[in-house]
Write a protein that binds this ligand. Sequence first.
Ligand code: ZN
Length: 85
Amino acid sequence: MRQAIEKRIQELLVSSGPRLLWVTCQGVKKYPELAALIPARPEEARDCDSCRGTGRIEALPQIICRCGGVGWIVPGEAGPLGAIG
Ligand SMILES: [Zn+2]
């Protein structure tokens, strides 16, 4: 049952775009159990250019990367800061 709910939430996070994914990634820092809700990397995703797939920007640790912290982006989707090429 729990797995079914988690799967449904993951689907919603993917379909709603990076903004909600971004929020979830930030929530994991405070509530580690939320990590179960972060969806697996889609096949069409590519490494985030800004953080090189790490999910964070070394020089600016206080800045949240445009990928939302997952380290990958889906081409064509709008990120928290606007469209991603
Ligand atoms: Zn990134």
